[in-house]
Design a binder for this molecule. Structure first.
Ligand code: TYM
Length: 328
């Protein structure tokens, strides 16, 4: 039986955090044997907001290295950098010509991000979800494993695919988002009402995959909780529920067992145990990352191979697109 295809992407906007790991990357690793996989460092999406070229270049490499260090296996998965494969930007242009602007105005991420940037908002930021649709549809992906915040973008991608197929014939596979039942929205440590994010001004809000044990301890120690005593999962208490959810995801224990374990204990105990669990979970990733990036040529070689494999599929799909549009 032929395997179904998975596609997902990640921006190169600085160090990856626990939200990226628990909401997305960890699931990519777990699912990879069952599917044909493409995992893409989306550098063209990253430049929709201003970037320093030197820092961007280092970030692209860091993110790619972390994907392998987190357990993405080159035998099951193609890992590549978006701008190395030209089909992405060409297909995005073609989709621009059939996507109504009204569809993009509805995107909540655009509304949030553009509010922060005010007059500096680029056309690229507005068009971001169209490029994302091109990423996914080029590879005929059936499944797109992402965190909750990407649900709307995957739905838009389906709409674009349907519109193209209706107008020009059946070219694109309609993808489904895969959002994990737990971990699809890991919240910030200092502000648990908002999702953990890379761009959060307060650097204590996110635990980064390359944080030292001391940094992790200090961030968890400062995490916002509340004035109540009982340690339990309760949506009306986002701080403690977020800490318990991270604990649940990293230990694989059942919620009832976790609540029993912490019954009668203090927030201090919870924070100390959680620190231990996070440090132990990230340690093997950090070790593999150091080893992998110690050999500079290795990462370059992996990414070159990845781009070649991705380009093969992309070129095949673009030939179909050209023919259906009447460009060839
Ligand atoms: P990005 O780089 O913001 O995030 C990468 C992945 O991490 C997930 N994520 C989270 N999950 C749970 N809790 C959080 N706090 C959290 N923060 C981030 C995101 O949902 C995402 O799955 N637009 C995408 C990149 C992209 C893409 C694609 C994804 C470009 N093309 C094609 C899928 C398919 C993004 O900004 O991801």
């Amino acid at each position: 039986m032929t395997k179904k295809t998975v596609f997902s992407g990640i921006q190169a906007t600085g160090s990856l955090h626990l939200g990226n790991y628990l909401g997305a990357i960890r699931n990519w690793v777990k699912m990879q044997e069952e599917y044909n996989n493409y995992f893409c460092v989306v550098d063209l999406h990253t430049i929709t907001v201003p970037q320093d070229p030197k820092i961007l270049n280092a970030n692209i490499r860091e993110v790619a290295g972390l994907l392998f260090a987190a357990g993405i296996d080159e035998n099951n998965s193609v890992v590549f950098i978006q701008s190395y494969v030209q089909g992405h930007s060409e297909l995005a242009w073609i989709f621009n010509c059939l996507t109504p602007m009204g569809w993009l105005y509805r995107m909540t991420q655009f509304k949030e991000k553009s509010e922060k940037q005010k007059d500096e908002v680029s056309v690229g930021l507005f068009d971001y979800p169209v490029l994302q649709a091109a990423d996914i549809l080029l590879y005929d992906a059936h499944l797109v494993p992402v965190g909750e915040d990407q649900k709307q973008h995957v739905e838009l991608c389906r709409d674009i695919a349907q519109r193209f197929n209706y107008r020009y014939g059946n070219v694109f596979t309609l993808p489904d988002a895969f959002i994990p039942p737990v971990g699809g929205r890991v919240m910030g440590l200092s502000n648990p009402d908002k999702k953990m994010s890379k761009s959060e001004e307060n650097k204590n809000d996110a635990i980064f995959l390359l944080d030292t044990p001391d940094e992790i301890r200090s961030k968890i120690k400062k995490a916002t909780t509340d004035s109540l005593r009982q340690i339990c999962f309760d949506e009306t208490r986002p701080g403690v529920t977020n800490l318990l959810t991270i604990y649940e995801l990293l230990t694989g224990k059942k919620r009832s067992d976790i609540e029993n374990h912490f019954s009668g204990k203090s927030y201090k105990d919870l924070k100390e145990e959680l620190t231990e669990v996070v440090v132990e979970s990230l340690n093997p990733i950090q070790k593999r990352y150091q080893k992998l990036t110690g050999d500079k040529g290795y990462l370059d070689q992996m990414l070159k191979k990845g781009a070649e494999k991705a380009a093969e599929q992309s070129e095949h799909k673009m030939r179909q697109v050209h023919e259906h549009l009447g460009l060839r």
